[in-house]
Design a binder for this molecule. Structure first.
Ligand code: CTP
Length: 511
């Protein structure tokens, strides 16, 4: 074990992370008790996968000797960004034993001291998910029986073999060395299942590194475990980029060659559009997705998905704008995808949509965004002209002043997505363009939500109208309200009565 990674550092790292996520010392206590429980039923248990990788990297970040080298690695940063939004950790535990049995036994005899919110058992894969409650906050623990996987054909999901499998066997089915590290959870000196001896290796939080994950973390390398890894599971190509960029690591030379070879063998053709899109979505969730897509482009991966897919400097600029304007939410993905496909002609667009299995609904949304974007560009050039005249001649200094209802009329035919997409794409930095953007923002954030206080039923109750007429009165009130001419429900009622009831009565009188 390297000097800079001792048990105390792991413990400190775990504690800090559990604290960050609001679980405090109880988080650590829970995993300890799960280890005790596993020992009590004759199983060895290990924390494994991304959580362990990130705990170790976080340990490097808080260790003064190594922190400068790991400062750019983004681990456990999401909490800071989305504080208070119920983000919880995903913890993976692998058992030298049967995860399904573990879950069933804990259902009967939960002596961890922490409440269980739910237990889900997945019989087929012998996995289970237990959601504990720590200070009323959920903490999800995924349990898996140690297993080996065999790929019957490249790109297909693997055949799983469970039973009598050790942690060591399990480790070699995994993607990268940095994801194979584990911490033993059994209490100090308690070894039991799979014929393992009682030893220091089984002490609580002892590190197991069968594949050289630790040196790869220290040297910041993404390395596969064998040369067929990408052919067997092509989604790992996307994962390599994801971890490389997120952690500030580099893809190790041979691993890079294996990616090239796999791309040369067109391995992405072996996986479904849904799986590709899921991987792209993972990249889009990262903080600066443009960095990940630039890398995909450089490695020829976008081309491997669909021959006409590219990622240019211009795409990068738009991606940056999208990321800056909106917090990463599922909704943002549609803008990135729309941008990625924007340069394609209609036939290519249809083919790419099909390859990515985006579905008809998303396709139509994107097409309507493209159409709105075009119309807005032409609206802007007309307006630009008017604004110019106004600025130069008619109105002195400022641009053409527009009332809220005029702004409403300007944008009401466009969808929110279309308007936003136009602004993400637009690179015009002139004062007039920024004016146009301000108006659009005012429409999106405020004007479009302005509604009359009175309802159609109120108007009907005055006995003046039915259906469509009522609708047009409401629209009229809405516009007046937008322009600040009607400020309360009473003012709206008075307006309707004065304009329509009086008029009706006058009309009636003449008859
Ligand atoms: N894994 C793998 N091959 C894959 C997907 C996953 O070997 N194609 C293994 C890795 O050991 C990984 C673990 O399963 O660490 C858990 O997968 P996942 O939760 O997808 O990955 P994380 O490493 O936890 O990634 P993230 O930090 O993005 O959640």
């Amino acid at each position: 074990m390297p000097m800079d990674l001792n048990k105390n550092l792991i413990k400190r790292s775990l504690l800090e992370v559990f604290n960050k996520y609001g679980y405090g010392r109880d988080g650590l206590e829970l995993i300890k008790r799960l280890g005790i429980f596993a020992g009590s039923i004759g199983y060895n248990s290990f924390l494994i996968g991304g959580f362990v990788r990130d705990i170790i990297i976080y340990g490097m970040k808080i260790n003064p000797e190594t922190s400068p080298r790991f400062a750019s690695s983004k681990v456990f940063n999401i909490y800071k960004k989305e504080k208070g939004q119920g983000i919880c950790l995903d913890i993976d535990i692998v058992l030298e034993g049967n995860a399904e049995r573990f879950a069933e036994l804990i259902r009967k005899r939960n002596d961890t001291g922490f409440a269980i919110n739910s237990i889900k058992v997945h019989k087929r894969f012998r996995t289970a998910t237990i959601e504990f409650l720590i200070n009323k906050k959920p903490l999800k623990v995924d349990l898996a029986s140690a297993r080996t996987e065999t790929y019957l054909s490249h790109g297909a999901l693997p055949a799983v073999s469970i039973g009598g499998t050790s942690l060591k066997d399990d480790v070699f089915r995994r993607d990268f060395t940095i994801n194979t590290l584990s911490f033993s959870l059994n209490p100090d000196g308690c070894g039991s299942g799979a014929g393992l001896p009682r030893s220091a290796e089984l002490a609580f939080l002892a590190v197991r590194d069968y594949a050289g994950g630790l040196p790869d973390i220290l040297n910041k390398k993404i390395r596969v475990l064998h040369d067929l890894s990408f052919k067997e599971d092509p989604t790992r190509i996307f994962r390599a980029v994801r971890f490389e960029k997120r952690l500030g690591f580099g893809i190790e030379r041979h691993t890079g060659i294996f990616i090239k070879k796999a791309m040369g063998a067109k391995v992405l053709d072996n996986i479904s559009g849904k799986r590709i899109t899921a991987e792209l979505n993972f990249l889009l969730k990262e903080k600066k997705p443009e960095i990940y897509f630039t890398r995909l482009e450089a490695l020829g991966i976008l081309e491997g998905i669909y021959p006409k897919l590219r990622f240019t400097n211009d795409n990068e600029r738009v991606f940056r704008k999208i990321a800056k304007s909106r917090k990463n939410s599922q909704n943002t993905h549609i803008f990135y995808i729309a941008e990625l496909l924007h340069h394609l002609n209609r036939t290519e667009f249809n083919a790419a949509v099909e390859r990515l299995a985006l579905g008809e609904k998303i396709k139509q949304i994107i097409l309507s965004m493209y159409s709105d974007e075009k119309k807005l560009a032409s609206l802007f050039s007309k307006l630009d002209e008017e604004d110019r005249k106004c600025a130069d001649k008619l109105c002195g200094n400022g641009p053409l002043k527009l009332t809220n209802s005029e702004i409403y009329h300007m944008f009401k035919a466009f969808s929110e997505n279309g308007i936003l997409f136009y602004f993400f794409k637009n690179n015009n930095k002139s004062r007039l363009a920024s004016n146009f953007a301000k108006r659009a923002a005012k429409y999106i954030n405020k004007i479009r939500f302005i509604k009359p206080v009175i309802s159609g039923n109120d108007i009907k109750s005055f006995g003046i109208c039915e259906g469509p007429v009522c609708g047009s009165i409401l629209e009229e009130i809405k516009l007046l309200k937008m322009d600040g001419k009607l400020k309360s429900k009473d003012a709206e009622i008075l307006y309707v009565k004065n304009k329509y009831i009086v008029k009706k009565m006058e009309g009636g009188g003449k008859k």
